[in-house]
Design a protein around this ligand. Structure first.
Ligand code: SF4
Length: 251
């Protein structure tokens, strides 16, 4: 009898748990207020970005805003825009690919850092560098498959995009998002089903850079042209990638 009562209690508890989870999902789907949805969430935050290349006009406003926000030295960038020219005359086209750190869920830069200066923040998944701990060994710069890092000559430490954490902490969006004239960059919590980024991810086919590297990037692209010079070799067409990065080929 006692066992039966316990089993009933257990079933009831499971049932209530299911109902609770269901209610949370319904609330998340139906509610349009990000604040209300946040209260229903159980998962940790993971900040990310969706870049809708259809809206990018290659103006570099984001590049300049980022440079200005962090006083980035000449010749290096935390964020930048690549131009891809593809095709044979007269069927040619130019597309744009905004770039930044992907704040990977499995970041190789973190694994190689000998001092722990580079780490992924528990609270929001942003990959950061502590310049006070960094010894400037450049391991992370080589390990990043996206060429997202550089050695900042002013600090002597590795540097890269941090999603403008100083702004985000104050409820603002990153500088590049704020300045984008076409609203091509959309920032938010990927684990919040009510966020603009989550909705874009749900409604659009997206790609990430170099998926084969297994880094699980948190920057997603809509309608991106990922062509690089190697495509020219087998597609028998002209491909040129203009980037302000030091590597000739796209990384
Ligand atoms: Fe690290 Fe590069 Fe991934 Fe950024 S893009 S988290 S620097 S591996």
């Amino acid at each position: 009898m006692r066992l039966k009562k316990y089993q009933w209690k257990l079933k009831r508890r499971e049932f209530l748990r299911e109902i609770g989870a269901g209610a949370a999902i319904v609330a998340a789907t139906a509610c349009t207020s990000g604040k209300a949805i946040t209260s229903q969430k159980t998962e940790k935050k993971q900040y990310g970005m969706v870049i809708d290349t259809r809206r990018c006009i290659g103006c570099h406003a984001c590049t300049v805003a980022c440079k200005s926000e962090f006083d980035v030295p000449l010749g290096v960038n935390r964020s930048w825009v690549e131009y891809t020219e593809k095709g044979n005359y007269p069927a040619v086209q130019r597309t744009f690919l905004p770039r930044l750190c992907n704040h990977c869920s499995d970041p190789p830069c973190v694994k190689v850092c000998p001092t722990g200066a580079t780490y992924k923040r528990e609270e929001d998944g942003v990959v950061v560098v502590d310049p006070d701990i960094c010894i400037g060994c450049k391991y992370c710069i080589l390990a990043c498959p996206y060429d997202a890092r550089f050695l900042n000559e002013l600090t002597g430490a590795a540097d890269k995009c941090d999603f403008c954490l100083h702004r985000v902490k104050q409820g603002l969006v990153p500088a590049c998002v704020n300045t984008c004239v076409g609203q091509a960059r959309i920032f938010g919590d990927i684990n919040d089903p009510g966020s603009a980024v989550s909705q874009l991810l749900a409604e659009n086919a997206v790609t990430v850079l170099r998926r084969e590297m297994g880094t699980r990037p948190n920057v997603y692209y809509i309608s991106a042209d990922h062509a690089d010079e190697t495509d020219a070799e087998y597609q028998n067409q002209y491909v040129s990638v203009q980037t302000n990065r030091k590597f000739a080929k796209r990384r």
